[in-house]
Design a protein around this ligand. Structure first.
Ligand code: NAI
Length: 257
């Protein structure tokens, strides 16, 4: 790891109390970034910020709420004096556990998923863009999912919103690229994290079945870890990733090719 690659970079991470976002906050801090850890779970984000060390601090945000997003970004900008990058990673993952299809999906669940996983990403983008330095160091990384571009017989709400995040990323990459901003998507494969871990812990039978299924799909001898994703986000936010723009980066050990 190049531990100085992000020295002084001012980065906000939305959705980082657990899982991929938490690992990302720690990785960015290790690489020298000044990080604002923003999450609806402020206690979790505060703990992550303390563990990350360096100049890392936590703010509360509900990315589905425009006022809350504005307030969080203003707090980050006030403390950091501007922004060089953002990782827009938060998602409502309760939908992941649902065994629904287009005929059975509950519209209240669909609306909630759209509010956080899609509209929330637009709100974060709108709040962040005016504060980016608009030079050759600015970058936004979104977290989407292989569900957006792979077969997905269940959970249409999740797949639809993640496909929308891919489209938002392409919009930002093509509209703001000339102004020095890169935008890319991290598309993780199966990784045991916060909400999913709770679900799996509650039902060891399902947990075993899922793990076996994903191990069969992955040409590897292990499952993905949050740290595997954090390493890629750090690359995309650094100068080493400058020539990657408008890309969907699958990080899944080869489970989706
Ligand atoms: P996680 O449940 O550990 O993390 C999600 C984070 O988002 C939590 O800290 C949660 O408090 C926060 N959050 C939820 N709603 C929020 C809101 N309205 N406002 C602000 N923060 C909110 O889950 P994980 O796995 O780390 O997920 C991170 C991203 O990776 C998500 O976008 C997810 O869809 C994506 N992903 C995860 C995969 C996996 O297998 N774990 C696979 C593909 C994509």
């Amino acid at each position: 790891m190049n531990s100085n690659r992000l020295t002084g970079r001012r980065i906000i991470v939305f959705g980082c109390a657990t899982g991929i976002g938490a690992a990302t906050v720690k990785r960015l801090a290790q690489e020298g970034a000044r990080v604002c850890a923003a999450d609806i779970n402020i206690d979790g984000a505060t703990q992550v910020a303390a563990e990350a060390g360096g100049e890392t601090f936590a703010v509360h945000v509900d990315i589905a709420d425009e006022g809350s997003v504005q307030k969080a970004v203003e707090a980050a900008v006030e403390r950091l004096g501007g922004l060089d990058g953002a990782h827009i990673n938060a998602a409502d993952l309760r939908v992941i556990m649902e065994d629904s299809d287009a005929l059975t999906v509950d519209l209240a669940v669909f609306d909630r998923t759209v509010a956080v996983n899609l509209r929330g990403h637009l709100l974060c983008t709108r709040a962040v863009l005016p504060h980016l330095t608009m030079n050759e160091t600015s970058a936004i990384v979104y977290t989407s999912s292989g569900s957006a571009h792979g077969a997905e017989p269940v959970r249409p709400s999740y797949a639809m919103t993640k496909a929308g995040v891919n489209a938002l990323m392409r919009h930002v990459a093509s509209r703001w690229g000339r102004e020095g901003v890169t935008a890319n998507v991290l598309a993780p494969g199966f990784t045991i994290t916060g909400e999913m871990k709770k679900f799996m812990d509650a039902d060891p039978g399902v947990a075993k079945q899922w793990e076996e299924q994903f191990m069969t799909e992955t040409p590897h001898t292990r499952l993905g870890q949050s740290e595997d994703h954090a390493a890629v986000v750090a690359l995309l936010l650094s100068d080493d990733g400058r020539w990657i723009n408008g890309s969907i980066v699958d990080v899944n050990g080869g489970s989706l090719m």
